[in-house]
Design a protein. Structure first.
Length: 64
């Protein structure tokens, strides 16, 4: 992983970044909305984890 200058703000950013953390400029031809898919996948995973925790709490409460 190397650092490269952002084409907009010239700050150093990771070459694996999809957008500049300083100005938000897309990097490597990634469109601004492309990260929405990752956000939705992360949200689905987070909701799944919360659901599992709730189920475990309910089971523990029933078994008391």
């Amino acid at each position: 992983m190397a650092l490269t200058p952002c084409k907009e703000c010239k700050q150093q950013i990771s070459d694996s970044a999809t957008a500049c953390p300083h100005c938000g400029c897309p990097v490597n031809g990634v469109k601004p909305g492309a990260q929405e898919g990752l956000f939705l996948k992360t949200m689905n995973f987070g909701c799944g984890v919360v659901l599992v925790i709730i189920v475990l709490v309910v089971i523990a409460a029933v078994l008391r």
